[in-house]
Design a protein around this ligand. Sequence first.
Ligand code: GTP
Ligand code: SPV
Ligand code: MN
Length: 593
Amino acid sequence: MQKFTNNASVNEWIEDKINLVKPDNIVLIDGSKEQIEALRAEACSTGEMIKLNQDLLPDCYLHRTAVNDVARVEGRTFICAPTKELAGPTNNWMDPDEAYKMLYDIARDSYKGRTMYIIPYSMGPVGSRFSKIGFELTDSIYVVLNMCIMTRVGLKVIEALGDSNDWVRGLHCKCAIDEEKRYICQFPQDNTIISVNSGYGGNVLLGKKCFALRIASYQGWKEGWQAEHMLILGVEKPTGEVEYICAAFPSACGKTNLAMLIPPKAYQEKGYKVWCVGDDISWIRKGEDGRLYAINPENGFFGVAPGTNEKSNPNALAATRKGTIFTNVALNLDNNTVWWEGLDKNPPANAMEWTGKPWNGQTSDQKGAHPNSRFTAPAENCPCISSEFENPQGVPISAFVFGGRRAKLAPLVYQSRDWNHGVFVGSIMASETTAAASGAVGVVRRDPMAMLPFCGYNMGDYWQHWIDIGKTLDPDKAPKIFNVNWFRKDDDGNFMWPGFGDNLRVLEWILDRCDGKVDADEVPIGYVPKAEDINREGIEDEVSLDSLKAMLEVDKGLWKTEAEGIAEFYAKFGDKLPKVLADELATLNENLK
Ligand code: GTP
Ligand code: SPV
Ligand code: MN
């Protein structure tokens, strides 16, 4: 047997997969600059990547995926647990034995004429008690280079693993990018992920959604911690004190933007700052002082490109100016840089759109960048990266915030009455779908805790896990739980709230509630702010007090209809629905009478 590492379980598994996929060459990724540079050059020589203008965008590259392979495929994502009930009603399920057989048949011999890259990676700072290790085998240089940005890769990871068997096995095979044979399968009981026939981000960067959410959520359930689809940000107050918030919004609903927000002028002048710890995933555990602590298991940002600009998110834009891989954006042929809708008002006239066809920047029916085009940028590039980003202990969380896209119904912000009611608030989240997953866009669907596509076990058990964690927390130390909606629209279809940096005005209210500094009105769904308590300094003209009142309104009629939808959704869970949540729904109905 070949010795790729000093770990027998690793060597044995890799050997087994080599015999299955039959690569021509095998390369262990050591994370060195030299190796990365050689792989970039190789990818450029085959056309897999395009080297961009190195004066304007040093170490930046463009990659185009197949046109049928531009987003996560939820319909082809499976939780392969021993029983269907373990996966629950919101996941696709396949019997593990059948799944392995089907996947091995697809993967067999698929590396012939190709190279196998072995990627040892850590989710979380190497050596932190929060962190977990994985190995991804892939035949894609694009995957290797993205993993080197998104995770901690290299020999130090192998060293940290030692002879432990606690690591996640990941096999990725590009095969022929056949969408009919595309499968993203998680085997939580086996710590295993197999992904075939895709070359797109969330389907193939196995450390991200497959491991850090689907597998890790299952591990957290078994081991007493949580893996959540949450950003982590720190709000630094004028006193210098920093308070941390975790927020869960569905895909393409504003996590990256909130995590990196620039305070409005009035706040900057007072000395407010916002620090980004993470923009997509949180791993959360109780600390010795009884508070909940969170780390960001990732090492970079796989962010939505369209709409990112100097005004909406200058920090994200700055993060993409070096060492970044762009996927499915437009190429400006005049200066060999990239462009996407919403970057600026000057689409390049001499360009190629995201599929590589010539584009003059004008055609209104054709986009330059795909709506789910992305950048993969190193976290260390971000001007507002938190000094705690590498802290192996994580940061203490003061508030959990849930949210989504709701044109109507959900107020700008409301607070839950207590922990269990907060779990209810998360469980009833619903949001309009986005381009982050293939399928219809703009359809409202239930997306509990923004985890619908990412929960690796029965969502009923997941809710119970939230409730159980709450039982272990002293109410004074438990994060307070809120819900926000930046996307409420007026009758003309315009967003009512300016959003982006101005969202800090809402975070200030949230933190003041955590610190017991501000009052609130009790309404049927929880507590809402008094409109006067949301600071409008600097936006008085844009957002009138009446408009703010309208955004905070709770329409009992609409909520009664919503409660019916919740009951219907809950019914799918049968006796897996925690009694606490059934009781909370009954209370909501009572309050709406
Ligand atoms: P994933 O990476 O898919 O998990 O998404 P994300 O939650 O990080 O989403 P992101 O921050 O990239 O936001 C995606 C879209 O939401 C972009 O089109 C933004 O312009 C838009 N957006 C973000 N914040 C706001 C806001 O406060 N108001 C409005 N109206 N739009 C916003
Ligand atoms: C999401 O869809 O929530 C993402 C992008 O963050 S992906 O990694 O493709 O899942
Ligand atoms: Mn995400």
